[in-house]
Design a protein around this ligand. Structure first.
Ligand SMILES: [Ca+2]
Ligand SMILES: [Ca+2]
Ligand SMILES: [Ca+2]
Length: 119
């Protein structure tokens, strides 16, 4: 009897796993940039690139507040107080890994993403 119960329990576990199971709660964001894999794969973003979705406000939207956040740190370098990678990128066709300087290119990148959202 215990053996049958075990087999049934294993079978139910396999079915649950195949169906996505309890471990699949919530959308997947492999690169951790705040944009889900599913959305990144249907947009210009790369679900394996943690820098391309340049969203300083971390709300999934590109609005004026994101531009303001970058402008507030304009001129700051990585060796200065107040620097954060949240507002810094380099440019490689899309926003790429931070270059340690928050300058006009960072402002232009976030402006280019105006109303390009990930929700
Ligand atoms: Ca992502
Ligand atoms: Ca990405
Ligand atoms: Ca930069």
């Amino acid at each position: 009897m215990i053996r049958v119960f075990s087999i049934v329990a294993i079978a139910l576990g396999v079915v649950a796993f195949a169906a996505g199971g309890p471990a699949s709660a919530g959308p997947v964001d492999t690169d951790g940039d705040g944009c889900t894999d599913a959305t990144e794969m249907t947009t210009m973003f790369d679900y394996l690139d943690p820098w391309d979705f340049f969203d300083p406000s971390h709300d999934g939207l590109h609005r004026v507040v994101d531009i303001i956040l970058v402008m507030q740190e304009y001129g700051i370098d990585s060796d200065e107080g107040g620097y954060t990678t949240t507002t810094d990128r380099s440019f490689d066709g899309l926003p790429a890994a931070p270059d340690g300087r928050v300058r006009s290119d960072d402002v232009l990148m976030v402006v280019d993403l105006y109303f390009v959202d990930c929700i």
